[in-house]
Design a binder for this molecule. Structure first.
Ligand SMILES: NCc1[nH]cc(CCC(=O)O)c1CC(=O)O
Length: 303
């Protein structure tokens, strides 16, 4: 029997539970076992507000360094945390089937029933902008920290609610805390939300072949289109950009939006096309959005 593969993961509960699930899926599909190797990333230790951390990929670079150094064989990331710019030495060898891509509200009452002035915590400009569009009468409070810390602010009464990814809540076993799930038409998720990326070194042909057993074509097409919008807008993970694609394997439907932080203006567009041209679909949609002023809206955000 061959030695277990070393799976690099962040150490949070969310990260280890999603990494464990990937390991199980891989074992089921190929018979190969993996052991988790916990790695601390800059995003986990920095006290700075996430949107102020320099650039994207704060959760990613240490895992990639461990891959390049040969300390781990493969790594699992939340796909939405991956910068759109890749690293030549690394490939996304698999994208497993996506979990729920939607955002969810945790509170004592549903988001739609909150009284005016209620305090809602989220650190994401994308969420704040879209939530303001739905409920301009609420107060949005920037927060960060892991999901447990955030959930604690609702339990303690410091906040009336918080907004998190439904997939993340599911992975930490806190799905029951959800008081309302936002349909993608209401709050467009972050590109890649709910999906995972399994990375390994580009020179490990053996592993690339093995990991392909847990790749899901439909998810890969959808997130390719979503991330292509983000790349073409030259936006990072902190930009108020939402994108969601879904399809039947042949035709892909993609919607993307850029929303001003005050929630008053947005550029939103949808398109359908062949799943085989996912990248071009996203790029062309972004070009159409830029032509309608999406760039100006994003720059206002940066200040
Ligand atoms: N930026 C942090 C992050 N990265 C991935 C998830 C959730 C799981 C996912 O979207 O796959 C979260 C937390 C959140 O947005 O609530």
């Amino acid at each position: 029997m061959s030695a277990p593969l070393r799976l690099g993961t962040r150490k949070s509960l969310m990260a280890t539970s999603q990494s464990r699930r990937v390991a199980e899926r891989l074992a089921q599909a190929t018979g190969r076992r993996s052991e988790l190797v916990g790695i601390t990333t800059f995003g986990d230790v920095s006290r700075a507000h996430l949107t102020q951390l320099g650039g994207t990929g704060v959760f990613v670079s240490e895992l990639r360094n461990a891959l390049i150094a040969g300390e781990v064989d493969f790594a699992v990331h939340s796909l939405k945390d991956l910068p759109t710019k890749g690293d030549d030495r690394i490939v996304i060898a698999a994208i497993p089937p996506r979990d729920d891509p939607r955002d969810a509200f945790v509170g004592r009452v549903p988001f739609s029933e909150l009284p005016p002035g209620a305090r809602v915590g989220t650190g994401s400009p994308r969420r704040i902008a879209q939530l303001r569009m739905l409920r301009p009468d609420l107060e949005y409070v920037p927060i960060r920290g892991n999901a447990d810390t955030r959930l604690g602010k609702v339990t303690s009464g410091e906040l009336d609610g918080i907004v998190l990814a439904a997939a993340g809540l599911g992975r930490i076993g806190r799905e029951e805390a959800i008081a309302q799930v936002f349909e993608v038409e209401q709050v467009l998720p972050a590109p890649g939300q709910g999906a995972l990326a399994v990375e390994c070194r580009a020179d490990r042909a053996d592993l690339i072949e093995l990991l392909s057993a847990i790749d899901d074509r439909a998810t890969r097409d959808a997130v390719t289109a979503e991330r292509s919008v983000l790349a073409a807008l030259e936006a990072g993970c902190a930009a108020p950009v939402g994108a969601h694609a879904s399809g039947d394997g042949n035709v892909l439907s993609l919607t993307a939006a850029v929303v001003s932080v005050d929630g008053r203006r947005s550029v939103r567009k949808s398109v359908s096309g062949p799943a085989s041209a996912a990248m071009e679909l996203g790029r062309d949609l972004a070009a159409a959005m830029l032509a309608e002023g999406a760039g100006t809206l994003m720059r206002e955000q940066v200040q």
